[in-house]
Design a protein around this ligand. Structure first.
Ligand SMILES: NC(=O)C1=CN([C@@H]2O[C@H](COP(=O)(O)OP(=O)(O)OC[C@H]3O[C@@H](n4cnc5c(N)ncnc54)[C@H](O)[C@@H]3O)[C@@H](O)[C@H]2O)C=CC1
Ligand SMILES: O=C(O)C(=O)COP(=O)(O)O
Length: 530
């Protein structure tokens, strides 16, 4: 008999397949404190949560029997994935079930914002008949900027068209073809901020999206902008937003999520006349809650019964023998994917992975998943992409994946080349595992190099001219960026060349801009391989 604990309010109908199963016993205990959860979790095989229960390392450690944590929803930021992986606990989510519901909540917020519904309601029920203070705006003929064109963002764009809005979309995985098909103008954050009338964010919260709309964006924003956040608190800088509203730049904001939830009683949003809020209700409909509970229950049943499953956020199923052959290459594959995606600027259309030497004879599919994970995780966030879903996510974004095997050993016993193609360009990075030396990057584009795939790197493409290394070194030194190692690759004296610098800390964007202004330097890119 397997024991399942449900520690958040999850649809009874949705979990019926668990409650009805003869080999499963379900306990529903919503609202437990962390201490209470820790004291009882030891007897359970599975834990089902939404976003309230914090499944931290302490809970995982106490969960001696725990095999799976099921998140009835999308975001897994309340679950310590590292601790789960370390303990072999599978974390699964239900990414599709609440898409439409959250999209509809976004519209509810957008319309309430445009027509001051909450403010007007408060006055009317308070006995005032005030028709002058609440003159709104139409959505028709307005421009909507959508940041994050994944599941929810795409549905928002689709519906916005029915309202007669034109849509500007930004997403690192949005290609021109897909944008055109959806009737969306592919744009940058800057273009959206300067031109849209309404803006809505639908990205995960990652180091890259944290405060992606902040002081700098408000300074150049089209006056009168209305902003909605039904994704994650922190994508929009809360403090900077309040200032932008008070300065008359932003006309109003609708927020379902907060940097810290629940927000403190004195949070500036809560009393602001131009900000409307809901308590993280994006996914809260009868339909969505049933959907996500059904999806997650099905997966939990499969995992407990040792059957194949999908949507694991943190664990791949691979045969033991194959795993032992491929295991040493997993990290290298991911690092190469992560390196390659940072070499390019536009949306990835094709990932080509070429395996040579020892790797030509084994089933490299699980390794390709690691490479693709490395490519996608940079933009999607490492908690969203896993080895089970990486190919599926790439497919959903129209990214073509090509794997090739080659007998040619190129002088290495094993060799993995990862090449990414966008509409404008194609770049390649290749690596190997060297006996005694570990993982090395041995080729970048056409240039042979020898670089450890780790830490902060700066990749510079330049013309091979005397004095260039000195100028780069001086500029970085002046900006307190210490160079640990440097590699220069060229094919012809005086021809095109690249430089890879391992630095002790990430160089600021301004430093990279300065580097690019130096004579004979074409591009300078930060590559983060942590
Ligand atoms: N308020 C609520 O109750 C709910 C909130 N959510 C949140 O909504 C968000 C979106 O969910 P889905 O659409 O299901 O996820 P998704 O993974 O389908 O889409 C996210 C998109 O953001 C894009 N992205 C990543 N970094 C970006 C960047 N720097 N700039 C622009 N785009 C970027 C990704 O490429 C991806 O296409 C998530 O944060 C999720 O946790 C989801 C459901 C309910
Ligand atoms: O699915 C998500 O990411 C959500 O934010 C929904 O959260 P909830 O299940 O309503 O606590």
């Amino acid at each position: 008999m397997f024991k399942v604990l449900v520690s958040d309010p999850i649809s009874d109908l949705g979990i019926e397949q668990l409650t009805a199963a003869s080999d499963i016993a379900v306990d529903k205990k919503p609202g437990l404190s962390e201490d209470e959860l820790v004291s009882i979790i030891g007897e359970y095989d599975a834990l089902l949560v939404r976003s309230q229960t914090k499944v931290n390392a302490r809970v995982m450690e106490a969960g001696k029997q725990l095999k799976v944590v099921g998140r009835a929803g999308v975001g897994v930021d309340n679950i310590d994935l590292k601790a789960a992986t370390q303990r072999g606990i599978i974390v699964i989510n239900a990414p599709d079930g609440n898409t439409i519901t959250t999209c509809e909540h976004t519209f509810a917020m957008m319309m309430a914002l445009a027509r001051h519904i909450p403010q007007a309601y408060m006055k009317t029920v308070g006995g005032e008949w005030d028709r002058k203070s609440f003159v709104g705006v139409e959505l028709r003929n307005k421009v909507l900027g959508v940041m994050g064109m994944g599941r929810i963002g795409s549905e928002v764009a689709r519906r916005a068209k029915a309202f007669g809005m034109s849509i500007m979309g930004y997403d690192p995985f949005l290609t021109e073809e897909r944008a055109e098909k959806m009737g969306v103008q592919l744009s940058t954050v800057d273009e959206i901020v300067r031109n849209a009338d309404f803006m809505t964010v639908h990205t995960p919260l990652t180091p890259e999206t944290r405060h992606m709309i902040g002081k700098a964006q408000f300074e150049v924003m089209k006056p009168g902008m209305r902003i909605v956040n039904c994704a994650r608190g922190g994508i929009i800088d809360e403090q900077a937003l309040v200032e932008a509203i008070d300065q008359g730049i932003v006309a109003g904001a609708g927020f379902d999520v907060f940097e810290s939830e629940p927000p403190a009683a004195d949070h500036p949003f809560l009393k602001h006349p131009k900000i409307i809020v809901t308590p993280h209700l994006g996914a809260s409909t009868v339909e969505a809650q049933e959907n996500v509970a059904i999806d997650v229950s099905k997966q939990v049943l499969h995992i407990l019964r040792n059957e194949p499953f999908v949507n694991a956020v943190n664990m791949p199923p691979i045969a033991a023998e194959l795993r032992s052959k491929l295991q040493p290459y997993f990290e290298l594959g991911e690092k190469l994917g992560g390196f390659a995606v940072q070499q390019i600027d536009g949306a990835v259309e094709e990932i080509t992975v070429t395996y040579s030497g020892d790797l030509a004879d084994v089933d490299t599919q699980p390794l390709t998943r690691h490479v693709v994970k490395g490519v996608l995780a940079h933009h999607l966030g490492s908690e969203q992409v896993n080895l089970v879903n990486s190919m599926h996510l790439a497919d959903g974004r129209g990214i073509n994946i090509v794997t090739q095997k080659s007998r040619a050993t190129k002088g290495f016993t094993n060799h993995i080349a990862v090449s990414l193609r966008t509409k404008q360009e194609e770049h390649l990075v290749a690596g190997t595992l060297l006996n005694g030396y570990g993982a090395r990057i041995v080729q970048i584009d056409k240039f042979p190099v020898d670089v450890a795939p780790e830490g902060n790197l700066i990749l510079i493409s330049h013309q091979d001219k005397p004095g260039i290394i000195g100028r780069v070194g001086t500029l970085l030194g002046t900006n307190d960026v210490n160079i640990a190692t440097m590699q220069v690759g060229r094919k012809l004296v005086g021809g095109a060349a690249i430089m890879v610098l391992a630095v002790d800390k990430a160089a600021a964007k301004e430093v990279l801009d300065e580097l690019m202004k130096l004579p004979d330097i074409n591009t300078a890119k930060e590559i983060d391989l942590y």
